[in-house]
Design a binder for this molecule. Sequence first.
Ligand code: SAH
Length: 254
Amino acid sequence: MAAMVHFIGAGPGDPELITIKGQRLIEEADVIIFAGSLVNPAVLDKRRKDAVVYDSAYMSLDEVMDVTIPAVKAGKTVARVHTGDPSIYGAIREQMVRLDAENIEYDVIPGVSSFCASAAACKKEFTLPSVSQTVIITRMEGRTPVPPKEKLIDLAKHHASMCIFLSVGFMDELTKTLMEAGYEPDTPMAVVYRATWPEQKIFYGTCATMAQIVKENNITRQAMTLVGGFLGDEFELSKLYDSHFTTGYRKGKD
Ligand code: SAH
């Protein structure tokens, strides 16, 4: 096996939701560094007996690199396992820059992001005809700043389907901002705690009620916040499956 780093999306929690490729690369790896805060350790169950495992929740970027770089230089393969999909709040670019500087090869194996797992848990579709054809993935500003043009208040003005990561702890401010941006107080919201884990919980509410619901249930982290009409029941049928609509595969009836 080539000495390199594989950034692997572990999926949202259920160990069956990792890709076959991601699972195989974990099974083959000499060194595994996983984000223990949200990666289900069950995805590591089939690792080699001699694989060395590190939990990056306890490590800084420097410490992760101090383990990764010497391992690859010694001819080993490193599986760097991130929660969900690595391209979303995965902090992978800063690792790639360090690897580039050392001429170390890497690739990325995508994963099922928690925003997809949360829609699945709610049995909903983000892109409902006549409701929304756009999905906004964002977060509230917390200790990590958000660029000024991407403030929640501005993004919320679109009334698109919204997936708000990393923000369940600020639900008061979040729902106030949504309503300030023009969402009706009865706009549907869902908070999905630990989607696809055995302890998954789904809370349904509205912009007016969700802050209280989250507080009463003591949900402060590891949850996805979904907002928008797509959580409601009003929408038009799709053109794609309309019997009168002609597609590249099917001629519509007159
Ligand atoms: N790369 C990850 C996101 C990492 S940021 C992904 O693609 O999902 C961590 C945030 O993701 C959490 O604060 C939460 O908002 C969300 N998250 C991750 N796993 C989750 C899960 N199983 N259920 C609900 N939200 C989750």
